[in-house]
Design a protein around this ligand. Structure first.
Ligand SMILES: NC(=O)c1ccc[n+]([C@@H]2O[C@H](COP(=O)([O-])OP(=O)(O)OC[C@H]3O[C@@H](n4cnc5c(N)ncnc54)[C@H](OP(=O)(O)O)[C@@H]3O)[C@@H](O)[C@H]2O)c1
Length: 230
């Protein structure tokens, strides 16, 4: 039984937790305000979910998830995450996060910067281009479901969608590939982290993130991307 330690319980963290418990994982959830603020969410998710502080959630995780934006100098449970696969759902958005010169110039990807914050962990960029909220406008009732749940299909189903995974650790790519499969998606490996700009907001694949892409279309979109600052 895999335990996901999910740090961040906004749209991304709470929706991923819902998908994970449905797929049979246990989840330990943490936000920045403390476990007492997560009572309703945990009760809604049922017996596979519990709340904790960020350090405890990181310590209990088989696989950890950071579901909040990158910030230089952020306080992270570095020790508790050491030796673990750490999934980073973050997208760099200058309007939200402020301008990060290394990313804007193409000298580094935001996920390489996250890896720098967690030198003893295996950081993986994943889940960054699937919507954790409903489709707008709602055309049919299923559009109200978050993209992660609405687009999921069993393995081998026709028109199954694919999600991108990038890491400097092949083992971490394998872990996320299995997690994607359990949650209803194929994986496209776009490693290492220095190549992960190919799936950043504004790139060709990004224009299809509402309804998703199959594996081959996604691979083609990644090849067509042009580097920021290049
Ligand atoms: N929303 C989407 O559809 C979507 C899709 C793909 C990727 N993403 C990416 O996923 C990330 C999260 O997005 P979101 O929409 O879920 O954001 P959000 O609604 O703003 O939620 C952020 C969460 O992170 C928590 N948090 C912040 N710093 C933390 C820390 N150091 N330790 C533990 N928890 C911390 C916040 O806690 P408090 O509630 O206590 O403040 C909040 O629960 C973003 O980087 C975004 O770019 C989002």
């Amino acid at each position: 039984m895999t335990t996901l330690g999910i740090l961040g319980t906004g749209q991304a963290g709470s929706t991923l937790a819902r998908a994970a418990v449905t797929a049979g994982c246990d989840v330990v959830l943490a936000n920045s305000r403390g476990p007492e603020t997560l009572r309703d969410l945990v009760s809604d998710l049922g017996p596979r979910a519990r709340a904790a502080g960020a350090e405890e959630a990181a310590a209990l995780a088989d696989v950890a998830v950071l579901a909040f934006p990158y910030a230089p100098g952020a306080r992270l449970p570095v020790e508790q995450l050491a030796g673990k696969v750490v999934v980073d759902t973050n997208n760099y958005m200058a309007w939200r996060d402020g301008v990060i010169a290394e990313v804007e110039s193409g000298r580094a990807t935001v996920h390489e910067l996250r890896q720098g914050q967690l030198p003893a962990s295996a950081v993986v960029k994943a889940f960054t281009h699937v919507q954790f909220h409903g489709r707008h406008p709602v055309r049919v009732p299923s559009d109200a479901l978050p993209g992660l749940l609405r687009l999921a299909r069993p393995a081998g189903a026709p028109h199954r969608k694919a999600l991108v995974v990038s890491s400097d650790s092949p083992e971490a790519v394998e872990v996320v590939t299995r997690l994607y499969d359990d949650l209803g998606f194929d994986a496209v490996d776009n490693s290492p982290l220095s190549e992960s700009w190919r799936s950043a907001p504004g790139t060709p694949m990004w224009h299809h993130h509402v309804d998703g892409r199959g594996r081959q279309e996604l691979e083609r979109d990644l090849r067509r991307a042009t580097r920021p600052g290049g």
